[in-house]
Design a protein around this ligand. Structure first.
Ligand code: FE2
Ligand code: FE2
Length: 345
């Protein structure tokens, strides 16, 4: 059976869904995953060459592009499922070549990837990159699903957005814990500046975007269709409104910053309590609410949710705040990720 899957991802809705399928598959067969991202080669452009001489730091950030946020979210999903994982990105304008090469170099025995039209082989609609990988790969390629054939594109879209938001929250929680553990291990002071930015994201993003969407659409529509999980929804809504653990974490951080290592233990405990509660909350949503929604919501409900969560949907949490938080998450991902582009491409 397969031991190590290469899962290419580009941050699109389709590849976000594929990540979920790949993780479920890897868990089932006891395999590990290497997530892979091919970043476009901007050095090949005039802008890239100019940036190299004027602003090398900005150049490396630009090269990394979406690699860090996309890969950190994929890792967060694998971590939550207990699947061993690693990430890799290469700079390449020929993603299929980079994918085939990465699978070989990483010793992967299966490439697990998504596909979408318009080309066709044996009745399957395949994207051009998937076709090229199929033609050149030296290991088997599993093409997971074909989005255009889906009977429930709105449901898929809505679920992909909610799960993607959970992954970004999980990635930030992991980064917070990692920063704290590294400081304790190295007996070094915590990087307060980075930690505060992570904390800012954790306070603002759920409050302004994620929780209001869940309350206003997902929970409200679910209550209309079933009373089977009313208690769970009420508990989750109460947790959305309750910031006491976050306030305690802020207070513990301030004390730690002011009084130093004597407060390290109290801060560490406050962080563990906060992260534990967040995990419990998201697990309940993923394991109870989303499955119930898939059973009880109607096509028109998913249409409403997908529209509201999409770019030009409900103006309260449409394109602008969404873009703002995406930018902030990408910045945090770059700041906290240890990943560097693989130079062997
Ligand atoms: Fe929630
Ligand atoms: Fe949630």
């Amino acid at each position: 059976m397969y031991k190590k899957l290469l899962v290419p991802t580009d941050g699109s809705q389709l590849s976000n869904q594929t990540i979920g399928s790949a993780i479920a598959f890897a868990r089932e067969i006891g395999a590990a995953i290497t997530f892979f991202y091919a970043a476009p080669d901007i050095l090949a452009t005039g802008d890239g060459a100019g940036l190299r001489s004027i602003a090398p730091t900005l150049l490396s950030e630009t090269i990394a592009g979406d690699a860090h946020p996309v890969l950190l979210k994929a890792e967060a999903a694998a971590r939550a499922a207990g699947v061993p994982h690693a990430s890799l990105f290469k700079v390449s304008d020929r993603p299929h070549e980079a994918i085939v090469q990465a699978a070989e170099e990483q010793g992967c025995d299966l490439i697990f990837m998504a596909s979408r039209g318009p080309k066709s082989i044996g009745g399957l609609l395949l994207g051009s990159e998937t076709l090229k990988v199929l033609m050149h790969a030296k290991v088997p390629v599993l093409v997971s699903s074909v989005m255009r054939n889906s009977l429930t594109p709105d449901m898929n879209k809505a679920l992909a957005i909610i799960q993607d938001e959970h992954r970004s929250l999980a990635a930030v929680l992991h980064a917070m814990r990692h920063l704290r553990d590294r400081a304790i291990e190295q007996s070094a002071p915590l990087d307060f500046q980075v930690f505060e930015q992570l904390l800012y994201y954790i306070r603002e993003f759920p409050q302004k975007l994620h929780h209001p969407k869940e309350n206003a659409y997902l929970f409200t529509l679910l209550r209309k269709r079933t009373h089977a999980i009313d208690d769970t929804l009420a508990a989750l809504e109460a947790e959305h409104a309750d910031e006491s653990l976050l306030d305690q974490l802020f207070a513990a951080l301030r004390k730690y910053q002011a009084e130093g290592s004597t407060q390290e233990g109290a801060f560490a405990a406050a962080l563990d309590r906060f992260i534990g509660a967040q995990w419990q909350h998201m697990s309940l949503e993923e394991q109870v609410v989303l499955p119930a929604a898939q059973v009880h919501l109607l096509a028109q409900d998913w249409q409403e949710i997908a529209h509201a969560f999409g770019k030009n949907g409900d103006p309260r949490f449409g394109a602008e705040p969404d873009a703002e938080f995406r930018k902030l998450f990408a910045k945090l991902a770059r700041m906290t990720s240890q990943l560097k582009p693989d130079a062997s491409a």
